[in-house]
Design a protein around this ligand. Structure first.
Ligand code: DP6
Length: 403
């Protein structure tokens, strides 16, 4: 008997121009376009196996070993329904010899290789992996942009994880959402030496979720209207050009300005939303001082911080500067043994980073923190789009249940 099954992995993306606000909450249509860098799946990824079988009694999904309810009308339900609809339209209606997989129930098993406790958003890579695995299961002859229309309905930022490299989510104008999709601005190979350092910041409090936070901003912030009308359209053009020209200085300036403005509209929300904490702000101070030095030395900006809906920092930098930036961060935020994995072999044998200030660095821009304030550092880089994996990596067993 034929087993209809496919496995795919998908990357995390971190926005330089932030998506914050929906004009349609059901279809997940944004109030502004956004742009992100796709991170390398060798370090951070979601993996998903999907199987269709006539013996399955209902659609089921397991996430990190736990079964999740697929609520009718909910985001998971919508994505699965839309993928079945595409299968029917694109394959089964066109050829009567194809098996009617769209009429079978599916079992889906998904796993993130990074801990949820790290506070890294997993919805983007998760929904992108879900849609990718179903597209392989259903042998869909459609583009990644078409798949991004469906991932978008799982979580807005997920649409950008359907591509590698540098990716724009074009907001579109059609009320149906048909033009609100992701496009690749440049592939990973265009500018492979863009690296990212993720600083995982300890956070005890339960923050405001992106979904509810951005809705409150749309309802109450007057600054948001200025942002979406005037600021973002201009920044989208500037940063796209900076990426084409590999102009890191401009890329960094726009990225930091947009992170700042996203946190400003969060603060402009009633009641105000705070995502950054003292550690986040100290990292900003370090990057600002590091860039001041770069300008003084005639090299321009060499690092760009950006923050999503939480205190973790992502620092973009060119490969050649990452070692120095890591030493700088560790000087202020000492690490527990083993908290940093030296994925690029920058620190020789043991991979231990010893804190060090660059020459001329004004050390008073921040205080030195205790071990654990930054509880982990992940060094990664720009990466490729979703990958189709072999059956050896499948997450479902012979019975179609999690392994
Ligand atoms: C701050 O995509 O998580 O990370 O569409 O409601 O699921 P929903 O929101 P989500 O929001 C991400 C917000 C952000 C900025 C960004 O990734 O562009």
């Amino acid at each position: 008997m034929t087993v209809y099954q496919a496995t795919a992995s998908a990357p995390v993306n971190i926005a330089c121009i932030k998506y914050w606000g929906k004009r349609d909450t059901k279809l997940i249509l944004p109030t502004n376009s956004s742009l992100s860098v796709t991170l390398d799946q060798d370090h951070l990824r979601s993996t998903t196996t999907s199987r269709a079988d006539p013996s399955f009694t209902h659609d089921r999904l397991w996430l990190n070993g736990k079964e999740e309810e697929i609520k009718e009308g909910g985001r998971l339900w919508t994505c699965i329904r839309e993928m079945k609809r595409l299968r029917k339209e694109e394959v089964e209606d066109k050829s009567s010899s194809e098996p009617k997989l769209s009429t079978y129930n599916v079992h889906i098993c998904s796993h993130n290789n990074f801990p949820t406790a790290a506070g890294l958003a997993s919805s983007a890579s998760g929904f992108a992996a879900l849609v990718s695995s179903l597209s392989h299961l259903y042998s869909l002859p459609v583009s990644s942009s078409t798949l991004s229309l469906i991932a978008r309905q799982g979580s807005g930022s997920a649409c950008r994880s359907l591509f590698g490299g540098f990716v724009a989510w074009q907001m579109g104008s059609n009320p149906s959402g048909s033009d609100s999709l992701a496009l690749q601005i440049a592939p990973q190979s265009h500018w492979p030496d863009i690296h990212a350092l993720i600083c995982i910041v300890s956070d005890d409090k339960k923050g405001t979720s992106s979904t509810s936070g951005m809705q409150r901003t749309v309802e109450t912030s007057s600054l948001l209207h200025h942002r979406i009308k005037t600021v973002v359209p201009h920044r989208m053009e500037t940063i796209s050009k900076a990426i084409q020209e590999k102009d890191f200085d401009t890329f960094a300036k726009v990225t930091m300005a947009d992170s700042n403005q996203f946190h400003a509209v969060a603060l402009d929300t009633e009641p105000p939303i705070f995502y950054l904490n003292d550690v986040s702000r100290a990292i900003i101070a370090l990057v600002v001082e590091y860039n001041r030095l770069g300008v003084e030395e005639g090299k321009g900006y060499r690092a760009a911080y950006t923050y999503d809906a939480g205190p973790n920092a992502v620092i973009y930098a060119k490969k050649e500067n990452v070692k120095e930036i890591l030493e700088l961060v560790v000087e202020y935020f000492p690490q527990r043994e083993g908290a940093f994995k030296d994925a690029f072999g920058l620190f020789g044998g043991g991979g231990k980073v010893v804190g060090k200030l660059p020459m001329g660095f004004n050390e008073n821009v921040a205080k030195r923190f205790e071990v654990g304030a930054v509880k982990g550092l992940i060094h990664t880089r720009v990466g490729d789009g979703p990958r189709k994996l072999g059956d050896g990596e499948a997450l479902l067993n012979d019975e179609g249940l999690p392994k």
